[in-house]
Ligand binder design. Structure first.
Ligand SMILES: [Zn+2]
Ligand SMILES: [Zn+2]
Length: 915
């Protein structure tokens, strides 16, 4: 077989490995030496994800991974931590590290004709073949896996092992390798590929890796059908290129996932190319555009904007970014990629830790910025990079628009000033409700920012995933619904530019944001229009409302009593105060930092009835502490908020006269701005009287823009599939079994064919739910116990019942877990479901399981209600929930990451009238 390159190409790399890339070869070989000389045994343990594992219990710092040191030392407080949870989390990195080292060993064994390297690769592959089926496929977080806790991790690992075996077979064939190959195929590749194939993750970045692994495994096994599905199936490589990689070459889940997903696609396209598989040229071109796409949005400090679930402020000065440029150039020469390599390989940049010696294959771990050279790259460049690069020259950073991703960037000062309007694609499961978000960055100073996301297992996740954490408008005190925005205008001549976009943030409510950017200030115009009254609120982080004297205005304590769900973010605010509203133009000042020369200055024009609030809110992940949040709120059917924000102290004064804004610069120039029928006009006059007029084009008719191409994937929250079905009559009984089963690793039969009996009945307006679960081991996890795994209610990881009811305006959702040995039921209200209904549960043990009786009083005067019953079951010898039986049906679904959440649209309708 030849996966990534042919035998001839592989052998042809020997001269490059000893020639132009000799120092890269040498670095990889010396990093491998301790492994070559040490033990090649593979660990017998399976990796486990818990809240505690891998983090310092005192300060939460992520524990570094060291391949040759099994101790866990905190980088922040230097404490040494011990325990199985840390050991098993370390295995996550270690299995991946070892798999990647098998590639290093095989590759160097061939390129350097080094028998000790080949022996290392053979031992690692043989060791994993022996061990693979002994790793238990249980208690996973996200899909089935044996050595890991998520399927895509196993895919990354398997892809490495297939690559290593392939390199050995291509470059060093012989009896030992032939015997190894047969064993690795039978005992590892075939069963692992079958497990990966059983879990399809659709348009997720993770499925990219599943596809790449199946493409590799299919080739190694000679299984054409497996390759066919991985390439051309419904969620195969070509589908990802067409749907999830957007037309501008950017991955729909944001920059962070772009790099990860795009590299997975790189493996797939490389393998398809070697095998001669057909991929449409338009898709290949889109893939090639994906090398440059994420670099088009970088901030002045060369970090990625922390869009969606990105980690905060990650520098592009990382080994994998340089390598992505190299791999792109190896496929097709591109001036822009060469320009980025000029910046990344700039010898003036201080060198830090590149992290290469501890890389965990393709699972990314971000490091601080470091200077780089070609010698710092990975095995991929050694195998496939160009022999010599041409002379590298950095290109200036200009304004840019990624129309499919839906982000526009107006840059000034050669890229030193950065203004972005993030309006477009909602981003799927990793997207944030931050459409029409404004970013303003001047050099290293981030005035308006996107905080990205911290830890997925920390409660702060809900804050970072709220609209309130962004500089984006929110409607009626709630985080935005998941919608895509549309571009209306984008134009820039380098001195004056604007971008304008709209989004429907509530049914019938059109919100539009237009940003006009000049040399040292911007105008931010937020407008809305609806048939109904809505409260529009604009969060402004890190600024304060001041009087004309620059002193903060007076304020008094007052609670912003908005919605209570964590997703809306208000629960994370502290010191909420109501500010005295300014009489005329509101003046704002950016928070000052020590040694800072200029503060951001703002002028805001709002309508009648606007209220001003201040609070303290969490800062971006990793920064620690809190910062001021100013919230401007106004209720109206239509309205407008216009802000002018000036950096570097460039603006002296701002006046508004009717529809005209007059901005007077410190230098004495006057700029007159106004909207016109065809766009935006700026008339400038400098001190000497020289006049200039610029017409910025637009608005253009709403285009399809970044319409969600993932409609199949994304449930429409407004959809009510049961609308056409008449309500079910009571009493109603159902035997829940295979069609109702939502599985984890094991399917219904394999899980021991769990069943439950549910009866829904009523007496007057009191509805009763009787649930009988037999057989059941009655493994109850008390709702007030600690959940060591994640931030879900602990009770979900055991036997128990979830009930969801909607009756008229009232709602209720609960997790009920019997308290063993007592006649009580522990109750955990499901988030977002507490809407007035009260439930009274009872339980008792039965001979082979348990039974629960729950009564819910629904209001008078209703003729129907909606409800769903979910039975959690765990089985023996597991730590996490095994599956669920769902009254409304669950076949084909998986329980992973669902916690106690349930979609309201799934509820069944029941009649309250007598037939
Ligand atoms: Zn610590
Ligand atoms: Zn965000």
């Amino acid at each position: 077989m030849s996966l990534l390159l042919t035998r001839d190409a592989l052998l042809g790399r020997r001269s490059i490995a000893g020639g132009s890339l000799a120092s890269l070869t040498k670095g990889l070989r010396s990093e491998l030496e301790p492994l070559v000389r040490g033990s090649h045994a593979v660990p017998a343990g399976k990796a486990l994800l818990t809240r505690e594992g891998g983090r310092c219990s005192c300060d939460g710092a992520l524990l570094p991974y060291q391949p040759f040191d099994e101790r866990h030392r905190c980088p922040r407080c230097a404490r040494e931590l011990t325990g199985e949870r840390h050991d098993r989390f370390r295995l996550y990195w270690h299995h991946l590290w070892l798999a990647e080292r098998s590639v290093h060993a095989a590759m160097l064994g061939v390129l350097l004709d080094d028998a000790s390297c080949r022996a290392t690769a053979i031992d690692l592959l043989g060791g994993y073949a022996t061990q693979y089926l002994a790793y238990p496929n249980v208690d996973n977080v996200l899909g089935p896996s044996r050595p890991f806790f998520s399927t895509y991790l196993e895919s990354i690992w398997l892809l490495q092992l297939c690559t290593a075996l392939d390199l050995l077979e291509l470059g060093a064939p012989g009896d030992a390798v032939a015997a190894l190959g047969a064993r690795v195929r039978d005992e590892l590749i075939a069963p692992s590929a079958a497990l990966i194939a059983s879990y399809d993750e659709g348009m997720s970045n993770r499925q990219v890796w599943n596809n790449a692994a199946l493409l590799a495994a299919g080739a190694m096994l000679g299984d054409a059908a497996m390759r066919e599905r991985a390439l051309y199936g419904r969620s195969g490589v070509c589908a990802h290129l067409e749907i999830a990689l957007l037309r501008d070459g950017s991955w729909y889940e944001g920059e962070n996932y772009h790099l990860f997903a795009h590299r997975g696609l790189w493996y797939a396209l490389q393998m398809a190319g070697t095998a001669g598989d057909e991929v449409a040229p338009a898709l290949t071109q889109r893939f090639d555009a994906g090398f440059i796409a994420p670099l088009r949005t970088v901030l002045p400090d060369l970090t990625y904007p922390s869009r969606r679930d990105s980690q905060y402020a990650i520098s592009i000065r990382q080994m994998r970014v340089a390598e992505s440029c190299e791999l792109g150039i190896a496929r097709r020469m591109d001036e822009r990629l060469l320009g980025w390599l000029a910046r990344l390989y700039d010898p003036a940049i201080r060198r830090g830790e590149t992290g290469r010696a501890t890389t965990s294959a393709d699972v990314e771990r971000n490091l601080p910025a470091t200077g780089l050279s070609r010698s710092d790259l990975s095995w991929r460049t050694l195998l496939l990079g160009v022999e010599k690069l041409p002379v590298l020259k950095a290109l200036p950073l200009d304004s840019d628009l990624l129309p499919a991703q839906g982000v526009g960037i107006l840059r000034r000062d050669g890229g030193g000033v950065y203004v972005a309007l993030d309006y477009g694609h909602s981003g799927g499961g990793h997207g944030h409700p931050d459409r029409l978000n404004l970013l303003l960055v001047d050099g290293h100073r981030r005035w308006f920012d996107d905080p990205g996301t911290g830890s997925y297992v920390d409660d702060s996740l809900h804050w970072y995933r709220s609209t309130l954490a962004h500089s984006a408008p929110l409607v009626d005190g709630r985080s935005q619904p998941r919608v895509d925005g549309t571009l209306l205008a984008f134009a820039d001549d380098g001195r004056a530019g604007w971008m304008s976009a709209g989004a429907e943030l509530a049914p019938g409510l059109r919100v539009r944001r237009s940003i006009v950017v000049m040399e040292n200030y911007l105008i931010d115009e937020l407008e809305w229009d609806s048939t109904e009254t809505h409260e529009i609120a604009l969060p402004l982080h890190g600024v304060d409302l001041v009087g004309t004297d620059g002193v903060p205005v007076s304020r008094e304590a007052g609670s912003i009593d908005e919605s209570v769900t964590r997703e809306d973010g208000f629960g994370y605010l502290e010191e909420t105060m109501r500010c005295t509203a300014p009489a005329g133009t509101a003046q704002l000042l950016g928070d000052s930092r020590p040694g800072e020369k200029h503060r951001l200055r703002g002028w805001l024009f709002t309508g009648r009835g606007t209220t001003w609030w201040s609070a303290s809110a969490p800062r971006a992940p990793g920064l620690g502490g809190r910062e001021r949040l100013l919230l401007v709120r106004r209720r109206a059917t239509s309205g407008r908020v216009v802000g002018i924000w000036a950096w570097r102290d460039g603006v002296a004064d701002v006046e508004r006269a009717g529809e005209t804004l007059v901005v007077t610069l410190r230098a004495g120039d006057r700029h007159v701005h106004r909207r016109t029928d065809i766009g935006w006009r700026v008339e400038t006059a400098d001190r000497l009287g020289a006049r200039r007029s610029v017409d910025l084009a637009g608005p253009r008719a709403p285009s399809i823009g970044p319409r969600s191409l993932l409609e199949d994937e994304l449930p429409d929250p407004g959809e009510d599939a049961s609308e056409a079905v008449s309500p079910l009559a009571l009493p109603m009984s159902a035997e829940l079994g295979e069609p109702h089963y939502r599985q984890s690793e094991a399917g219904w039969a394999e899980a021991g064919a769990p069943v439950a009996h549910v009866t829904v009945s009523r007496t007057g307006q009191t509805v009763s739910f009787d649930i009988r679960v037999e057989p059941s081991g009655r493994r109850f996890v008390a709702p007030d116990s600690e959940n060591v795994f994640d931030n879900e209610p602990p009770g979900i990881n055991g036997d128990g019942v979830q009930l969801y009811v909607v009756a008229g305006e009232a709602t209720g959702g609960w997790l009920f877990v019997p308290v063993a040995a007592r006649n009580e039921v522990g109750v955990h209200p499901a988030e977002g479901w507490s809407g007035g209904l009260v439930a009274e549960p009872r339980w008792h043990a039965t001979e082979h399981g348990y039974a629960m009786h729950i009564e819910v009083a629904v209001g008078e005067g209703l003729d129907m209600f909606e409800a769903d019953v979910v039975v959690n079951e765990i089985g023996d010898e597991r730590a996490r929930r095994r599956g669920q039986l769902i009254l409304s049906g669950g076949a084909g679904e998986f329980v992973y990451l669902r916690g106690d959440r349930h979609e309201a649209a799934r509820l069944l309708r029941f009649s309250l009238t007598d037939v």
